[in-house]
Design a binder for this molecule. Structure first.
Ligand code: KG4
Ligand code: ZN
Length: 345
């Protein structure tokens, strides 16, 4: 049978992305227009600016995606779109655009949860991943550890109690004047630094829970800078702080992963979300998986950061389960990607 294709649209935060994805996982196009330039002066995503920027570019990203795929809208089988979680104004742009296309073309609409898309991204390059899987999704807005039982059922094991990990990277970058988005800039400096230069203690939550918590790392970084601000004029001091911070937050993430591996028996370990581009996280996660003899899957960086191909991949799963969305669909800024919560003990 010939491969069928769907059009996928992602606009939940500050990336406008349109992809054409086949039911066998072929990606014919996956275009992303990022807004880094628009948010740069504020060193963080400004929601109003984000939604206006989506409006400006979505039509042309859509046109270019079809051009790249060499297909027309009428060649599509359905339209998949992110309905949440995310910024309400940003979500509305993609959602309304998708609804308009669906009305004009009579193609069915499929609503996709953005975080389920990040988990599914790992399967695009590795369709044979075995369940149950442990999935660490670390991004600018979310930090979750999931137990993915099968294609439908997901349990949340760990959530963050304060900042998302990507936010912590972005804030350190802002303190050091490294620009936005902060993660790649911190990572670049960290690779030249000594991770033992600055002490960072690991969080211990007073209620004994094993949630993630990143705000303490940010405060500790600020204290290090305030103690001797002049020393941060030197590149090597900035490199050392970035390396120490990066090592500490990755240790925190992987501590929860190790704990989860002791409590749950899984057949694979997946890493996704924008922070999965981080060099220390990628290599230490590999090391942890090797120690546990566990197959480890992390996508190419372009599939880790926000993109519509991952929305298309998850869209196919939803479609195969018969989940069509109505044209009444509204954004769900806190849409849950899991069915149950099984906190670590
Ligand atoms: O998944 P994503 O594109 O958007 C959200 O769903 O939030 O993730 C964006 C986040 C930003 O906070 C960015 O700083 C971070 O991913 N990031 C990184 C790296 N590349 C992107 N963080 C650390 N190291 C990196 N190399
Ligand atoms: Zn994301």
């Amino acid at each position: 049978m010939n491969e069928r294709f769907l059009l996928a649209i992602e606009s939940s935060c500050d990336d406008t992305s349109v992809a054409v994805v086949g039911d066998k996982g072929t990606i014919l196009a996956n275009l992303v227009a990022n807004q880094d330039f628009d948010h740069q002066p504020y060193a963080g995503v400004v929601p109003e600016i984000a939604s206006r920027a989506h409006i400006r570019v979505i039509e042309s990203v859509f046109g270019q995606a079809l051009l790249k795929a060499g297909l027309r809208l009428s060649d599509m089988h359905a339209i998949a779109v992110t309905y949440g979680p995310g910024l309400v104004g940003s979500l509305l742009v993609g959602l309304n655009f998708a609804k308009g296309l669906s009305m004009a073309s009579s193609l069915p609409l499929v609503a996709v949860n953005h975080i389920r898309g990040h988990v599914r991204a790992c399967f695009l390059e590795n369709p044979g991943i075995e369940y149950p899987a442990l999935a660490l999704i670390a991004s600018g807005g979310h930090s979750h550890l999931f137990l993915v039982h099968d294609v439908r059922q997901t349990s949340l094991l760990v959530k963050t109690r304060d900042d998302a990990i990507g936010e912590a990277f972005d804030k350190l970058s802002k303190m050091l004047g490294l620009g936005f988005p902060g993660g790649p800039a911190v990572d670049r400096l960290a690779q030249q630094g000594d991770s033992t230069s600055f002490p960072f203690s690991q969080p211990k939550l007073s209620d004994g829970s094993f949630d993630f918590s990143f705000s303490g790392f940010k405060t500790a970084a600020l204290r290090h800078i305030e103690k001797d601000p002049e020393s941060f004029c030197h590149l090597h001091t900035r490199q050392n702080l970035c390396a120490s911070f990066q090592d500490a937050v990755v240790t925190h993430l992987l501590d929860r992963v190790s704990r989860a591996l002791r409590q749950h028996s899984v057949k694979s370990f997946l890493l996704g979300g924008g922070v999965a581009c981080n060099s220390t996280l990628r290599s230490k996660a590999q090391h942890l998986a090797d120690e546990n003899n566990l197959p480890y899957f992390v996508s190419a960086p372009a599939l880790c950061t926000d993109n519509a191909a991952m929305i298309g991949a998850e869209g196919w799963i939803q479609l195969e389960q018969g989940a069509h969305a109505s044209l009444e669909l509204s954004p769900a800024i806190r849409a849950k990607p899991y069915q149950s919560y099984l906190p670590l003990t």
